[in-house]
Design a protein around this ligand. Structure first.
Ligand code: ING
Length: 326
């Protein structure tokens, strides 16, 4: 029995070189949109920071000198053609971009737009990886903590053409709390974009299993929360820095339903059954029946790693705490 279906596309975008204009990029995004619509897609996921090269790899001494990478309004004349064509095609989409607010705040932002071309929801990235100052002698930096403030909109769930969408951005996908907070609000599908460079300063150990860690994060999030996940990479090589591809759609079972094969511009399309989650939600991940929040307090009370909590009636840290085991 096939349930509520959504014809869904993930639009992977290959490298955007520093010299590419937003107009050049929008032409590429329009081509991906047309391709997705031709395959019957009703929603398209574009990557994080999709309108420019991944500029947090650069150190710019004077922050405001990087503001040309930011959008002051959305939509704006440069991306309006994407909004117009998507509305003509009756296709909704997720888009990531750098947001500069009227009162001077900078965020790594994404929006979901419905099939009528209306912005239904906005999200501002909460888990900002990397550093706020350059790492010495590194050819490429990861300075999201320098360019962006921590998002102030929480993790919202939005009704897009009758489907409950959750949104996040890139590094968020590595944190279990994100999917759980969205799932507790009834999200059926979490959409996200990402830019995952290889060989970043301090992340060298990650490089050799970056694809497996990426997919593991999506699959765990989908499976443990009985929801679909769709993730779009900005991939390929940008300004000499390689970034992983691996754009994918993951089912509530945790299985990868569809996946990009290359690292360039590529549409990944599949028709998802939103009711496939029901079996999991009714039994193994029936949150109301099985979750015990009274035992989870550390998750919201502690930020970093700390000391073990006392276990009632046990001296579990006897030796290391200088005590003696009973
Ligand atoms: N990018 C990366 C990501 O979380 C990163 C940061 C790279 C983390 C490599 C770990 C290893 O996929 C963004 N933009 O968050």
């Amino acid at each position: 029995m096939v349930g509520r279906q959504l014809s869904l596309a993930v639009a992977q975008v290959g490298g955007i070189q520093p010299g590419e204009s937003r107009e050049d990029v929008v032409v590429r995004l329009l081509a991906l949109l047309e391709d997705a619509a031709a395959r019957s897609a009703r929603f398209v996921v574009f990557p994080e920071l999709t309108l420019t090269t991944f500029f947090p790899r650069y150190w710019i001494e004077e922050l405001a000198e990087g503001d040309h990478y930011f959008e002051r309004e959305m939509p704006n004349p440069t991306v309006q053609p994407l909004f117009d064509r998507a509305r003509e095609l009756g296709v909704g989409f997720y888009l990531g971009y750098a947001e500069l607010t009227a009162d001077g705040h900078r965020f790594n932002t994404s929006i979901v737009v419905d099939s009528a071309g209306l912005i239904v929801g906005k999200y501002r990235k909460i888990h900002l990886p990397g550093h706020s100052r350059p790492v010495d002698h590194a050819a490429s930096q990861h300075l999201e903590k320098y360019y962006f403030e921590v998002g102030d909109l929480g993790f919202g769930v939005f009704d897009v053409d009758g489907v409950r969408f959750g949104m996040c951005l890139c590094n968020d996908r590595r944190w279990a709390e994100v999917y759980r907070v969205l799932a507790l609000q009834g999200a059926e599908l979490v959409v996200l974009g990402y830019n995952t460079p290889l060989g970043l300063p301090g992340w060298e150990p990650e490089a050799h299993h970056s694809m497996s860690a990426h997919l593991l994060s999506l699959q765990a999030g989908a499976y443990q929360n009985s929801l679909w996940v769709a993730a779009a990479a900005k991939s390929g090589t940008e300004d000499g820095v390689p970034m992983i591809g691996g754009s994918a759609v993951v089912a509530p079972s945790g299985d990868v339903s569809a996946r990009a094969l290359g690292t360039g511009d590529e549409v990944v399309h599949t028709v998802i059954d939103l009711d496939a989650a029901k079996a999991y939600r009714d039994e193994i991940f029936n949150f109301a029946a099985h979750r015990r929040p009274e035992h989870y307090s550390l998750i919201v009370e502690r930020t970093g790693r700390g000391e073990p909590l006392p276990v009632p009636g046990q001296d579990q840290m006897g030796a290391t705490a200088g005590g003696t085991r009973s």
